[in-house]
Design a protein around this ligand. Structure first.
Ligand SMILES: Cc1cc2nc3c(=O)[nH]c(=O)nc-3n(C[C@H](O)[C@H](O)[C@H](O)COP(=O)(O)OP(=O)(O)OC[C@H]3O[C@@H](n4cnc5c(N)ncnc54)[C@H](O)[C@@H]3O)c2cc1C
Length: 403
């Protein structure tokens, strides 16, 4: 059935180029023809993203959208990154997330790492996991306790990490840990990123992992990790170190990376909401009750109108923020706004999609419940909605003296 509406067929005039339209069209075709059928088959049985699909995404260059061409990537911007992400998330959010494991994790690499690793990342042959969260440090990132201590020419790592998605399937882990002892008076000091190479499909001696049971996001596993005197070479600290009080500026770098990740999360949220809208438009024309397609009932028509409007609003903000990042006008507050707005919108819209499908929406025969389960997560990871509101309010009001 042809969709009457639901997707803006062109990009806003300020951003439209032939190349961008072509990128979006190609990603849309891949998502709908190659990703969606796999998602519909595997997600209900908690199956993981197949290796063949990962290879296909690699051939398309999707792991290297942000990687410079000199290192084998497409050398495009955050704008193109969110265009592709929205399309992939419309089919399966896990896949839209997987491409971040090439695009999002190389920021702190040394020149040697960049030459050796980025080309493989761009092809999707060498992908990473990110270990920041801990059992007692989620929103409060500056309270992490995982410790890296220098012993001769090696770092010795001890501590626990939570929620490390893809830790098993990854070829490396970017670990955020403390290179100096925890100082309550200067909690951000000493936080650094470390590079851990590993065999895909297992954990090296000194790291053990337990998979976590989740509501959704079934395309890959999420792990609790334990580091017990795990050793890596001294050179595997990722970010340039400075002398003096700002040695190890990992905290600031990690926060900048989170801003791009937040726009990427907005794109994931919008893709999910679009899935719910498009499927609802089809269903509303097929399902007949009281002698009419349910799409004839004004309440349902207005619900569709509301869903479409909310998606457009989120997308407009996402384009603006992505464009600003590409023009070196990164604004943390705006990145938080788009993440907050899009993820809250996505949960509402996907839930409305379930409602429009009635009982069918509450079964795994239709993907609506997957859209909703995954949309629910977008309000939690990459900084919860409350943390985004905290950042936004701090941008508008003087910080309170306590709290
Ligand atoms: C499926 C999944 C995958 C993930 N993948 C990864 C990953 O790959 N790598 C990684 O490092 N992490 C990952 N995370 C972790 C994720 O980033 C954290 O769950 C998130 O940051 C929230 O931390 P928390 O769960 O400890 O919640 P908490 O920080 O304990 O928050 C609990 C509640 O308190 C609220 N709250 C906390 N502080 C404040 C405050 N100051 N003001 C107002 N409200 C507040 C929160 O908003 C929330 O509602 C993942 C999480 C999930 C669920």
């Amino acid at each position: 059935m042809k969709l009457l509406t639901g997707v803006s067929e062109t990009l806003p005039a300020a951003y439209v180029t032939e190349e961008r339209l072509a990128i979006r069209e190609a990603a849309r075709a891949i998502a709908m023809k190659e990703v969606l059928p796999i998602a519909n088959k595997l997600d209900p049985v908690q199956g993981e993203i197949p290796m063949e699909l990962r290879q296909r995404l690699g051939e398309l260059g999707y792991f290297g959208i942000l990687i410079p061409q000199e290192f084998g990537g497409l050398g495009l911007g955050v704008f193109e990154y969110v265009l592709v992400t929205e399309e992939l998330a419309r089919a399966w959010m896990s896949v839209a997330s997987l491409i971040a494991r090439g695009n999002g994790l190389g920021a702190g690499f040394s020149e040697e790492h960049r030459k050796r690793i980025l080309p493989r990342m761009a092809r999707g042959e060498y992908l990473g996991a990110f270990a920041l969260s801990e059992p007692d440090a989620g929103s409060d990132v500056a309270s992490i306790r995982c410790r890296a201590e220098l012993d001769g020419d090696e770092w010795v790592i001890k501590g626990q990490k939570m929620w490390c998605t893809f830790a098993d399937g990854a070829d490396f882990i970017v670990l955020v840990a403390r290179a100096t002892p925890y100082d309550p008076a200067n909690r951000h000091a000493g936080i650094a990123q470390f590079f851990i190479e590993k065999e895909r499909g297992s954990f090296p001696a000194g790291i053990s992992g337990t998979p976590m049971r989740k509501v959704g996001y079934h395309g890959w596993k999420t792990w609790e990790l334990s580091f017990e005197d795990f050793r890596i070479p001294a050179g595997n600290i990722l970010l340039p170190q400075r002398s003096g009080t700002d040695a190890h500026d990992g905290f600031k770098r990690a926060m900048r990376g989170l801003s791009i990740a937040r726009v990427h999360t907005a794109a994931r949220s919008i893709g999910l909401a679009r899935g719910a809208l498009e499927d609802s438009i089809v269903y509303a024309q097929q399902r007949v009750q009281f002698g009419h397609p349910i799409g004839d009932f004004q309440y349902l028509r207005f619900k569709i109108a509301q869903m479409a409007t909310e998606i457009e609003a989120a997308r407009a903000l996402m384009y603006a923020v992505a464009n600003d990042i590409d023009h070196d006008r990164l604004n943390d507050v705006q990145a938080s706004m788009v993440k907050l707005f899009a993820s809250e919108m996505s949960e509402r819209v996907t839930s409305d999609g379930i409602q429009i499908h009635g009982g069918a929406g509450y079964t795994s025969e239709y993907p609506l419940e997957r859209y909703w389960r995954d949309a629910r997560l977008t309000k939690i990871f990459e900084g919860t909605s409350e943390i985004q509101m905290r950042i936004i309010s701090d941008g508008h009001l003087p910080r309170p003296s306590k709290g």
